[in-house]
Ligand binder design. Sequence first.
Ligand code: CP
Length: 329
Amino acid sequence: MTAPKPDEPRRAPNPLGLIGLQGLPAADIRAFLLAASSIAHRAPDQLSTLLRGRIVANLFFEDSTRTRTSFTIAARRLGADVVDLQGSSSSVNKGETLIDTARNVEAMGVSALVVRARQSGAASGIASAVTIPVINAGDGRHEHPTQGLLDAYTIAESFDRQETFDLSGLTVGIIGDVAASRVARSNIAGLTSLGAKVVCIGPPSLVPASLHSLGARVTHNLDESISEIDAVMMLRIQFERYDAQDKKEDAHRGNVIPSVREFREMFALTRERAARLKPGAIVMHPGPINRGLEMDGCVADGPRSVILRQVRNGIAVRMAVLARACGVG
Ligand code: CP
């Protein structure tokens, strides 16, 4: 992304957009979750005309399976038309900036932009250059607010807190590559606002002490903490976000962790570790999962796993966010 030139207008982002959960009042986070809950309990025909005549544009400059599909389904269930622009086939490849791309799509009369990019701050930069609402679908290491909302929703659903979305008394463990994780940043903000305790666990290179300043506890020993956790959120190591000194796979991995075997021994959610979770504890993962690395396949598919419920809940959450963005929520 290129910042606007001095002669280009910068404006306050449209307040109906959603860039992040950091700094958002707890009441606003609860309002999104309550709206999603209301949507999840309404008949499809009560929802299917809410955004009729509107166009939602997905601008995805970085790969996605869940988020892009989920926003598309959410928009269509509300009656909107969807246009899908993927970075790999857009004029960004010819040197156009993300901001120029967004302005051109805005000029075609779309109602809201859903933006994913590998640059932290991209969604906010675009939101300052257009007049329509921008929804951040994940920007670099910064935030992934709808993932944070759907995770909070799934935890509340699992522990019967959907009336209030008050998560007091629950401890959520975020385990693995927290340093590179926008999901973790949105979750720490959202979950602590709703009253949960968040503990980040992993090696110091992936879970730095500075995460404490976001409101999370930091520890480097999963085995000592596992029995206190109500919801385990496993994260994959985002090898693509670390600079490789050379492009050989082993060297690339070596820049992040010294050895996959050692990482698994200390921090993976293996079958044996999962057996030591509290009764009633749930297992989460935002996806994509690297089976056999941060998590055993049998745990991902096991009885404690709510991973596919997270995906399902993402639709209602994104319907709520899109409806609000278009002024009908
Ligand atoms: N959770 C998530 O953001 O997945 P995708 O990268 O597939 O969208």
